[in-house]
Structures are given as structure tokens and as C-alpha cells.
Design a protein around this ligand. Structure first.
Ligand SMILES: [Zn+2]
Length: 245
């Protein structure tokens, strides 16, 4: 434990600098995107009436973080390809990326996009702010629908999950249910169907948590180093069209 009264003013000044620097590091370490899995909402969508006795449990793995500030906003084909190229998991696991902003998908630029998913693939990207919103579960379920082989309905129809404009609708028709049940993304645990999803957080800076105890130790080591150094001197961090072609 440091006692301020016993520390010379020059070392107090240095300690204040260290505290400010450490505070800055913690601020920079905050990830720009966020992960909201909406697991309960997804489980509800994939256990709806037409799937009775054939419900699909949506399961999430631990979050994988990828530090790449140039992929926090996906505006171009190149960025989307680069992002999806970083997918850490092979099929049948689904790679679900969370970014800050998205305006490109399926060969189209659109500032209203909030999600994009491969049709019959295993990669999805969503805007983290939209995933955290009231329709976040419907958003991820819709993109997962693409991965499961479903295309948009043309035009939008009723309350269907695959309407191209988000509205919180999550219903599936019989043909869609049949297609989903035939997807290679469906795995089995005994008789229980499930889909495994890995959430991937895109961040600008690696998170380096500094608990109070370690800060104190760092300060103490610094003081020791300073004193030793002086002695030597003296002597001395709306999907509106999310389909992928
Ligand atoms: Zn879509």
C-alpha cells in the first residue's frame, strides 16, 4: 500500500500521469461493436407451431474477438469478403459477426442495411446496434433463415420471417420449414435438433482489463523502479436487403 505522505512530489506527479494513462488505456480498450445473441428469441422462432416435435435449439459458443478497426464498418464488397474470410468456424457451425455499421450486401450498397447472410452458407454479419434493439432476435433469425437456404419473399407476405423489410415478423410457412429441416446446418443431440453459432466481435483495440489490484502493484513497481533508477544515477492500449447472392 502506498502512502501519499511519504512520496516525494516528483513521484506523485509521475503516479498521476500513470493513472491518467491507465484510464486512457481502459477507455480505448472498450470494444466498438457489441454482441447481443438474442438466444431466447431465436429459440422461440425455431420452435414455432410448424416445428412442433422437430424444434431446433439455437446454441451459442463463447464469443470470439477479432481486432480489426478497418472491418468495424462494412461498406464494400472487399470489406465483406475480407470479414467473411476471417470466419473462424467451419460448417455446420454458423459464424455470426457483429460490426458497427453495414451498407453492402449481395452486390448492393444500401445505407439501410442492418444484416447480411449467405444463402445456404454459414456466415452472417449484423449491425450490433440493431441486434441489441427490439427486433434483434428477428434480425438474426432472418439472416439464419438465409443460411438455412431461404430467400426473401417477393413481395413481402403477411408476418413471414423472410420478408425483406424488418418488422419483427417471425412466422414460417410449410415449404420454408421443410427447407430448414433439410439444411446441413442442423445437428442432432440424440433426437434434439440444434444449430451451433459462434458470435464474433469485431473490435478496434484488444481488451486489456486492469483490475484495481494490478494497478496498485504497477504503481508500486514503478516507484521501486524510480527509486532504484535514481540510486543508479547517483552512484544512478432495415436489413432491407440482406441476402447474399
Ligand atoms: Zn434477407
Amino acid at each position: 500500500m502506498l502512502q501519499a505522505g511519504l512520496i516525494p512530489n516528483t513521484i506523485k506527479s509521475w503516479l498521476r500521469t500513470l493513472v491518467v494513462f491507465t484510464g486512457l488505456t481502459v477507455t480505448l480498450a472498450s470494444p466498438a461493436a457489441t454482441v447481443t445473441t438474442n438466444e431466447l428469441a431465436l429459440d422461440s422462432v425455431f420452435s414455432q407451431a410448424l416445428l412442433v416435435n422437430r424444434t431446433i435449439d439455437i446454441r451459442f459458443d463463447p464469443i470470439v474477438s477479432i481486432v480489426n478497426s478497418s472491418l468495424l464498418t462494412i461498406d464494400t464488397s472487399t470489406q465483406l469478403d475480407t470479414l467473411f474470410g476471417l470466419a473462424p468456424k467451419l460448417s455446420p457451425t454458423v459464424n455470426l459477426f457483429f460490426v458497427d455499421n453495414l451498407s453492402f450486401c449481395g452486390g448492393t450498397s444500401n445505407p439501410n442495411l442492418i444484416g447480411c447472410g449467405d444463402i445456404s452458407g454459414n456466415r452472417i454479419v449484423v449491425k450490433s446496434g440493431s441486434a441489441a434493439g427490439g427486433n434483434g432476435g428477428a434480425l438474426i433469425a432472418h439472416e439464419l433463415g438465409h443460411n438455412l437456404g431461404l430467400d426473401h419473399l417477393f413481395p413481402d407476405s403477411g408476418t413471414n420471417l423472410m420478408n425483406a423489410t424488418i418488422s419483427g415478423n417471425t412466422s414460417l410457412d410449410q415449404a420454408q420449414v421443410d427447407a430448414i429441416l433439410g439444411s446441413p446446418l442442423i445437428q442432432f443431440a440424440g433426437s434434439q435438433r440444434f444449430i451451433d453459432i459462434t458470435p464474433i466481435l469485431i473490435t478496434a483495440v484488444a481488451a486489456v482489463p486492469l483490475p484495481a489490484g494490478s494497478l496498485l502493484l504497477l504503481s508500486a513497481l514503478l516507484v521501486i523502479g524510480f527509486v532504484a533508477s535514481r540510486r543508479r544515477r547517483n552512484a544512478l492500449p432495415t436489413y432491407s436487403n440482406p441476402s447474399m447472392a
